[in-house]
Design a protein around this ligand. Structure first.
Ligand code: AMP
Length: 479
């Protein structure tokens, strides 16, 4: 799990589709150990990416970077943090999926341009990356990685000359798709969120002139920062010795916050765009119970992602909540295993049923989502082996029928069970007695008058920003 200073150049295929489901963290705090605080911040964001981690620190004259493959404590297992002194820093954790799992794609990226040094960390997916990359290649840019993020860096560097803001503005005009960015120069911290606000990004204060920016507010809590507000869609925030300046570049276009952050991706203790994730999940469970009245003995969850909704369901339905499945805390997310066989074994490694809780019962099992159907099928079989009489599978999301192009790995459409099968076929294929997905209407109703502020493309195919073709496979190449 070794790390490296600078960019670890190794051979990569540009055909690898980069997946940018990540966590970003930024801090400007003279007088604090910013590398150490970034480490804690990234630790809090570890659920957003387990493939690689990195921290870049600015000290007024230069930026130093350390990054590597693995979990945050694996990458920073030695005394690397001590050799990163400075007063501003950015950090990144990258999501692990098949393909493009390569040290060269680890972030932050570090570059030198005409105005000095620049470090950048990105969460999101650029939808016009193919077009932008070929324009840049024609104009003489060179690329070291297959990440979208390097395209942004190139646009910034080419347009910045001696004024970084020009570069950021140009990149916001040219780049389409999702991006929550943290950037450092030798003496500034900057944050920028795309005009639709797909991916989360929030701002906090340390109270003594120090500021923190993070993908999720749980990272602010961890480093002792107080939540100020979300970075607005289309906003650029600049933090330096003069304090904080906000430039609202674009009026927020049609807001398209990713609704899947609330369903699965974010931590329940985070507050994103005005809504606490825990409260939203609890409400999802309550709505689910109202939509699917069922006679059952117990409600169980698929831990951890289904637990909050399961509790909401149990409370609303008046059915006791039980811990029917135990999770091995030392296993990561099974979804990320590269082959189907490994994925299936992964479910068994991760979750084990408690026979004494389940035997002879009619069970409602709540999970956040079904993607390929592997997890649900394995779990239903496990429950049957424990003598469960009925299994009702309830999902706190509508059926996922479309690929995501804005930064969540919902896999390609051919693999999405709900894109290929009817409700009853899915029920039969996972082996459940009953199956209910939260309705889109029920889900959006939770957000009240802001119900139109979300991207729901994975459920209804309405893509707020044009997506790469061919749309039906969910795969595109960088060539
Ligand atoms: P599957 O077995 O393919 O149906 O995947 C469903 C499981 O994967 C559920 O338990 C979800 O919690 C989890 N999941 C859903 N979406 C994602 C994602 N984008 N990345 C990782 N895991 C996911």
């Amino acid at each position: 799990m070794g790390g490296c200073r600078t960019n670890c150049p190794e051979k990569i295929s540009l055909l690898d589709r980069p997946r940018e489901e990540c966590g970003v963290f930024g801090i400007y705090a003279p007088g604090h150990d910013v590398a150490q605080l970034s480490y804690y911040g990234l630790y809090a964001l570890q659920h957003r990416g387990q493939e690689s981690a990195g921290i870049a620190v600015a000290d007024g004259t230069k930026i130093q970077l350390y990054k590597g493959m693995g979990l945050v404590p694996e990458v920073f297992s030695g005394n690397q943090l001590q050799s990163l002194p400075g007063f501003a820093a950015i950090g990144h954790v990258r999501y692990s999926t098949t393909g493009a799992s390569h040290p060269v794609n680890a972030q932050p990226l570090l570059f030198r341009y005409s105005g000095g040094m620049l470090g950048l960390a990105h969460n999101g997916n650029i939808t016009n990356v193919t077009e932008l990359r070929s324009q840049l290649l024609t104009n003489g840019s060179v690329f070291q990685s297959s990440t979208d993020s390097e395209v942004i860096v190139n646009i910034i560097a080419r347009s910045a000359q001696n004024n970084l803001m020009d570069g950021l503005i140009k990149s916001m005009i040219d780049v389409r798709g999702s991006y929550s960015l943290v950037i450092i120069t030798e003496n500034q911290l900057l944050a920028m969120r795309d005009p639709h606000g797909f991916r989360p990004l929030c701002l906090g204060t340390l109270g003594d002139g120090g500021y923190v920016v993070a993908s999720e507010s749980c990272a602010l809590d961890t480093v002792g920062a107080t939540f100020l507000r979300d970075v607005q869609p289309g906003e650029i925030v600049v933090i330096d010795k003069n304090g904080l300046e906000s430039i609202q570049m674009f009026k927020p276009r049609h807001r398209s916050h990713c609704i899947f952050e609330y369903i699965y991706f974010a931590r329940p203790d985070s507050k994103i765009d005005g809504f606490n994730v825990y409260k939203v999940r609890q409400e999802m469970g309550r709505v689910l119970a109202a939509e699917y009245p069922v006679d059952a003995d117990i409600v169980i969850s698929v831990p951890d992602s289904g637990t909050t909704a399961a509790r909401g369901f149990a409370e609303a339905a008046g059915i006791p909540f039980e811990e029917g499945l135990m999770k091995n805390r030392y296993i990561g997310r099974t979804f990320i295993q590269p082959t189907q066989d490994m994925r299936e074994l992964g479910v068994r490694l991760k979750l084990n049923p408690v026979r004494e809780v389940l035997n002879g019962k009619r069970v409602v099992m709540v999970d956040d989502s079904i993607v390929r159907g592997t997890t649900s099928n394995k779990l239903v079989n496990m429950l049957r082996d424990c003598g469960v009489r009925e299994v009702h599978m309830c999902l706190s999301s509508p059926p996922i029928t479309n690929s995501c192009y804005y930064g969540i790995d919902t896999s390609n459409k051919k693999e999405l069970i709900a894109a290929q099968k009817s409700l009853d076929e899915i029920r039969r294929s996972i082996g459940a007695d009953g199956l209910h997905y939260l309705s889109l209407e029920g889900l959006l109703g939770i957000f009240g008058e802001t119900r139109n502020n979300f991207c729901t493309a994975c459920f209804d195919g309405h893509y707020p920003v044009e997506v790469p073709q061919p749309r039906d496979t969910g795969k595109y190449s960088l060539e």
